[in-house]
Design a protein around this ligand. Sequence first.
Ligand code: NAD
Length: 258
Amino acid sequence: MKLENRIALITGGGRGIGRAIALAFARDGARVVLAARTAQQVEETAAEIGNEGIALPVVCDVSDVDSVQLMFARVSAKFGRGPDILVNNAGIAESAPLAKTDDDLWQRHLAINLSGTFYCTRAAVPAMLERGWGRVINVASIAGKTGAPYISAYSASKHGVLGLTRSTALEVAAKGITVNAICPGYVDTDMTTRGVENVTAKTGRSADQALEAIKKMSPQNRLITVEEIAALALLLASEEGRGINGQAINIDGGSVLF
Ligand code: NAD
C-alpha cells in the first residue's frame, strides 16, 4: 500500500480523471476527500470507495476562496489535519475564437483553472511544511505547453498552472514536498465528449469524424484513458516519486515533445 496513512484531497473528484485518481489512491490505502461544485457525483464516488476505504465528499467551488477555506476546515474537522496530498484537478474547457472570447469566458477559465489551483495550494502547503511531507499534483494539459486555435483562455490558464507549479516546487523543494503537473493530451472523459459535440455543431462533421480527428492529434491515434493518468498521479504521490519535482509530464502519446 503506497499511500497508507495519507490523506488525499482531489478537486473535481466525482467524475473523469479526478474520480479515477480518487479510486486509485483509495485502493492504495489513502483516505480521500472528493470535492466538486455539486454534491451528486462526489457522493456517488465516495459511496463507491466507502465499501472498502474512507472517503469524504465535499461541495466546494475552487474559484471561491471562502469555499476553499471551508473545505480545508472540513478536512481538518474530519481527519484532525490537512491533506498530505493535494490533486488540483478541477477544471473547465470551453472553446471560442479569440475575438469571441468574452470577459466571462476568459475570467471563468482563469478563476477555476488557475486561481482555484492557487487557492487550494496556498491552503494546503503550510500544514505540509509543518509535517515535512507533502505532494501537490496539478492536472494541467499539453495546452499548458503549446497553443491551439480557439482555446486561448484555456491554454493561458494552463500555462499559468505550469508557472505556479514550477515556482512552488522550488520554494518547497528542501522541505519534503514535491509539486508537479500532469499534462494530458485528449483523455476519454466527458470533457472530450463535449469537445466532440462542439466540433460537430460548428463544422457539421459527424461525431465519429470529429472523434477520429481528435484521436489523430496523437501519434498513437487514440485517446488516453483515465486509468493511465491515475497511474502517473499515484507515482507522483508515492514515496518512490520523491525525486520528481517541478516537472510537467506529458501523457499524450507523444504529440508534444517538450
Ligand atoms: P470533467 O469535465 O469530466 O471533470 C471536471 C471536474 O472538475 C468535474 O468533477 C467538475 O465538477 C469539476 N469542477 C469544474 N469546475 C469546478 C469548480 N469551480 N470547483 C470545483 N470543481 C469543479 O473533465 P476531466 O476530463 O476529468 O478533466 C479534469 C482535468 O483534466 C481538468 O483540469 C482538465 O482541464 C484536465 N484535462 C483534461 C483533458 C481531457 O481531454 N479530458 C486533457 C487535458 C487536461
